[in-house]
Design a protein around this ligand. Structure first.
Ligand code: UD1
Ligand code: CA
Length: 462
């Protein structure tokens, strides 16, 4: 069996926050998620995450997705892997990939290609390396004519070794049985008094095993974050990689300022994304839409030819041809059917808006089922909460709801029904009926003249 160990015990002191470093996010997902996802995509059958600092945060995130092992003290990457010895011994056939939880760009192709090389060369260990312009901080790959000779850490390296640009990605394939034996041979006689996993290379060679290096063509696979600046650099790299992929698929950007698109988002050709737009989670957008400026769209399915300007939408569906904005808030479990128009300052929650229905301005529609070709007047509110329970409003096709109406749920307006402006609707309105709720309007001629004759207004007395 081929399996993986992900090292995630470190604190990341320079981040200056009580969060384990692998839980810091790149494009909205923890770095650990990126690494885990690559392992799952590569089909590795079992995964064990080594926790340490703030272990509960990582365990809560993982749930029962994979195994974990706890490293009580941070004594180095070799010591971290030692905590997984029971995981290794449970099935010592096959190979184990060791990865760092703070280097998110390792990908499925690199995992598979390096395994192929590892097996082909019959290595006990194969380290994934890359040539980088800025090797500072990374372990350097030492080579002789016969191949890799070992890895030296920045802090232990000589001046000459520090000039080496081939670096250790922190990812390695081990034959599982050899890894168990090599872990028993690591010592902590180095600058940091740590058990370095990197020492397994030289130890393997010294004990007559084969060791190899797989140099990745994509130097990004090694990029890690040790501080906030490093994390920003990873976010920048990931963000542009995603935007480039969408541009190749025919998505337009006139300016990428403030545009953040998470990697799971799908966008159809011909759609244009305008500045300050954040697309998250499982959002899918059709063709020829204009999304932005200033939109936040999360887990929302959007059809073709949709225009959203300054809209926030969460866990909802917006069908083809809908136009919305500016300043619209679509809260979870809403469905806006095709051709609907939602204008400024409208909030919609857990509501279906039928085809070609208009909600032009200043409305709150919650827990409602609204039919086709309905007109919702300005200032209409569904009064869906009585302080104890939420109830639904139903509005039939072609209904016309007047301005400033309160619909006291549960209530039903029939098809083609009308409600007069200012009505508070407390009872069902039948199909084709008019509901009017209006006191007599009294007009008292000369009222203010009489009032001010008794007690003059202050400014008038001057
Ligand atoms: C390590 C490598 C270095 C490599 C670099 C790549 C060693 C000794 N050095 O250095 O050659 O170029 O990664 O990024 O392995 N961790 C634990 N427990 C520990 C120590 C670390 O779980 O006791 C975890 C950290 O959370 C992190 C990973 O192991 O996810 C790497 O540790 P880190 O301290 O960042 O190693 P580097 O100094 O970057
Ligand atoms: Ca690191």
């Amino acid at each position: 069996m081929n399996k993986a160990i992900i090292l995630a015990g470190g604190q990341g002191k320079r981040m200056k926050a009580p969060i384990p470093k692998p839980m810091f996010r790149v494009l909205g997902e923890p770095m650990l998620e990126w690494v885990l996802g690559a392992c799952e995509e590569a089909g590795l059958e079992k995964i064990c995450v080594i926790t340490g600092y703030e272990a509960e945060q990582i365990k809560a995130y993982l749930g029962d997705r994979c195994e974990t092992a706890f490293q009580a003290e941070r004594l180095g990457t070799g010591h971290a892997v030692m905590q997984a010895i029971p995981f290794l011994e449970a099935d010592a056939e096959g190979n184990t990939l060791v990865l760092c939880g703070d280097a998110p760009f390792i990908d499925c192709a690199t995992i598979r290609d390096s395994l192929e090389r590892h097996i082909q060369e019959e290595n006990a260990v194969t380290v994934i390396t890359a040539n980088v312009a800025q090797p500072f901080g990374y372990g350097r790959i030492l080579r002789t004519d016969s191949g890799i000779a070992g890895i030296v850490e920045e802090k232990d390296a000589t001046e000459e070794q520090r000039r080496i640009t081939e670096i250790n990605s922190g990812c390695y394939w081990f034959r599982t049985a050899d890894l168990i034996e090599l872990l028993g041979l690591i010592k902590n006689d180095n600058a940091q008094k740590e058990y370095y996993l990197t020492d397994t290379i030289a130890i393997a060679l010294k004990t007559g095993r084969r060791a190899g290096a797989f140099c990745s063509a994509n130097p990004d696979v090694v990029l890690g974050a040790n501080d906030r600046k490093g994390l920003l650099a990873l976010n920048d790299a990931a963000r542009m990689a995603v935007l480039n992929r969408h541009m190749e698929n025919g998505v337009g950007f006139v300016c990428t300022d403030g545009i953040i698109i998470e990697r799971g988002v799908k966008i159809g050709a011909g759609t244009e994304i305008l500045p300050n737009t954040i697309l998250r989670g499982t959002t899918e957008i059709g063709e020829n839409c204009v999304i932005g400026p200033n939109c936040v769209i999360e887990n929302t399915a959007i059809g073709d030819n949709v225009e959203l300007n300054t809209v926030q939408s969460y866990d909802s569906r917006i069908d083809a041809g809908v136009k919305m904005g500016p300043f619209v808030h679509i809260r979870p479990d809403s469905h806006i059917c095709s051709g609907a128009k939602i204008g400024d300052f409208v909030e919609i929650k857990n509501t279906e808006i039928g085809e070609d229905t208009m909600v032009a301005h200043l409305a709150y529609l919650g827990d409602s089922d609204i039919g086709r070709k309905v007109n919702i007047g300005c200032g209409c509110v569904t009064v869906n909460f009585d302080g104890i329970r939420k109830s639904r409003c139903e509005i039939g096709d072609h209904a016309f709801v007047g301005c400033n109406n309160n619909l006291i749920a549960p209530v039903r307006l029939g098809k083609y029904s009308y409600t007069a402006a200012g009505a508070t609707i407390t009872a069902d309105v039948p199909d084709y009926a008019l509901a009017i709720d209006r006191g007599t309007l009294h007009i008292k001629e000369g009222y203010t003249l009489r009032k001010f004759a008794k007690s003059p207004k202050k400014d008038d007395s001057k």
